[in-house]
Design a protein around this ligand. Structure first.
Ligand code: NDP
Length: 252
């Protein structure tokens, strides 16, 4: 079970944080892994970490908000690996923080581009090649429990993370007959470069509201990627899978 030998996985934002954890899990389960990120030196550093796991991985420079950049990275990935079986649209970020009525139109567009349009940009060529190959496939977006919670000063983040859940359900239906499963992973507070930039009170509150009293680690994220890329999850589609140590069900 959970063997990904012969499969190729693409992870956007795979050069750090949760994306790199996904890439490590996938590689350990036998998949070949392509990571996409904007920063070449982060890509190189991540590849070194992946090389230590003895798998076949490659990194490609890509800005997922830009369709030309995605087209280039997609072509390079296909040339290197010949196929993409699972796609983790994980790149994302908080966008500008602040009260909604004080955000500029550019701030708003930027967070929509980063967390929603980027997923569409990434999924489109991947879906086309899966359908052309007649191959089964897996699409997974990294959403957030912010999709369900009211995060003050973060409306753009909450709204775009909720939007990708809608996208997930629509695509699950649209692609079900093509044997492509589409799901969303909703992490709670996981220790990464992005989350450690949030205010201390926010981090303390996240920790207090987990059932165990500890916040999530990157190792906690590896297994879900393997499960959702494997045939063991074939009857799961259109779902939001929450990985938050109980943060979103904690009573107070
Ligand atoms: P990090 O900041 O550690 O990583 C973000 C990754 O996304 C980097 O690899 C970065 O690479 C990449 N990235 C950002 N913008 C772009 C872009 N335009 N094009 C391509 N790659 C891009 O953050 P996390 O690992 O914490 O976040 C990963 C995902 O998890 C995000 O979608 C985030 O919203 C979500 N999430 C995180 C939580 C947490 O607690 N950490 C909780 C819930 C959800 P580069 O800089 O090279 O472009």
């Amino acid at each position: 079970m959970f063997d990904l030998t012969g499969k190729v996985a693409l992870v956007t934002g795979g050069n750090g944080g949760i994306g790199l954890a996904f890439a490590k899990g996938l590689l350990k389960a036998g998949a070949k892994v392509a990571i996409w990120g904007r920063n070449e030196s982060k890509n190189e550093a991540a590849l070194k970490e992946l090389a230590a796991l003895d798998g076949d991985a490659a990194a490609f420079v890509c800005d997922v908000t830009n369709t030309d950049s995605v087209a280039t990275a997609f072509a390079e990935t296909m040339e290197r690996f010949g196929q993409i079986d699972s796609c983790f649209a994980n790149a994302g970020g908080s966008g500008a923080r602040g009260l909604l009525h004080e955000l500029s139109a550019d701030d708003w567009s930027a967070v929509v581009d980063l967390n929603l349009t980027s997923v569409v940009n990434t999924y489109q060529p991947v879906i086309k090649q899966l359908i052309e190959r007649g191959a089964p496939g897996k699409l997974v977006v990294t959403s957030s429990i912010a999709a369900h919670l009211g995060i003050g000063n973060g409306a753009g983040y909450s709204a775009t993370k909720a939007a990708v859940s809608g996208l997930t359900r629509a695509l699950a239906v649209e692609l079900g007959r093509s044997n492509i499963q589409v799901n969303a992973v909703l992490p709670g507070f996981i220790e990464t470069e992005m989350s450690l930039k949030t205010p201390q009170y926010f981090q303390d509150s996240a920790r207090r509201r987990t059932a165990s009293g500890v916040i999530g680690t990157l190792e906690d994220m590896e297994g879900i990627a393997v499960f959702l890329a494997s045939s063991e999850s074939n009857y799961i589609t259109g779902q939001e899978i929450i990985i938050d140590g109980g943060q979103s069900i904690f009573p107070m």
